[in-house]
Write a protein that binds this ligand. Structure first.
Ligand code: MN
Length: 227
């Protein structure tokens, strides 16, 4: 077999503490509006709001460095969402909630970037969510090396000013519940990533802004946008 032209490179994320071994990305799923501002999360959940980003929308932000990103095309209202990213390590369909954590390989910190001004009456989601370099992420950390300290704190600073702060304990759909629901709609595969939603404080990013965010026990990322 030969290709008409060279295939694009496999999208990957590095693994924290491992040299030359990469996590090959299959799909990137996302959950929208998954954090409650209430201390007690309502059990009246309905259905989660799902979307996907292309695998190659993921761009690696090495810890201790500042990832330089061009300001995205066709937006004047770019917005930030700091998120816990779940990495799936084995295939499964119709996974029960009680078994879902067995499918989690590890975690990363992610920024779900949105071109919010491309929503017109709530549509379309693709151009808002799934553009190039719309998912900066840290290296993945195997779940065995993430401290067993759930719920985990999340935070995001823009130009050293705190914008987002929350805890994974505010998730409306928990990580096992998200895996269970997703696996009833799609066969999950090793290499899938799930962006699990963001706490309060989302806001606009301006040209030249520096974003620094993290998830407790998982990592931190730092991104600077072009002028
Ligand atoms: Mn999001």
């Amino acid at each position: 077999m030969s290709f008409l032209f060279a295939p694009q490179p496999q999208a990957v994320l590095p693994i924290d503490g491992l040299v030359n071994t990469y996590f090959p990305i299959h799909r990137v799923y996302g959950i929208a509006r998954n954090y409650s501002n209430e201390k007690v999360v309502s059990k009246e959940k309905g259905s989660p709001i799902l979307f996907q980003k292309p695998a190659d929308a993921v761009i690696y932000a090495p810890e201790g460095e500042t990832l330089q990103l061009a300001f995205p095309m066709s937006t004047e209202n770019l917005q930030h969402e700091i998120e816990l990213v779940v990495a799936i390590g084995k295939a499964g369909k119709n996974i029960p909630v009680e078994e879902a954590m067995q499918y989690v390989w590890g975690y990363a910190v992610g920024l779900d970037l949105n071109r919010r001004d491309l929503f017109i009456n709530g549509h379309p989601w693709d151009a808002v969510k799934g553009f190039d370099e719309s998912a900066p992420m840290s290296a993945l950390k195997p779940i065995s090396r993430v401290p067993d300290n759930e719920p985990m704190a999340l935070w995001l600073y823009v130009n050293n000013e705190k914008r987002q702060e929350g805890s994974t304990g505010q998730m409306i759909f928990t990580v096992p519940e998200i895996i269970s629901v997703l696996s009833s709609l799609y066969e999950l595969k090793p290499g899938d990533l799930i962006m699990t939603g963001t706490p309060a404080g989302i806001g606009k990013i301006d040209r030249g802004d520096i974003l620094e965010g993290g998830v407790q026990g998982v990592g931190v990322i730092k991104v600077k946008f072009g002028e």
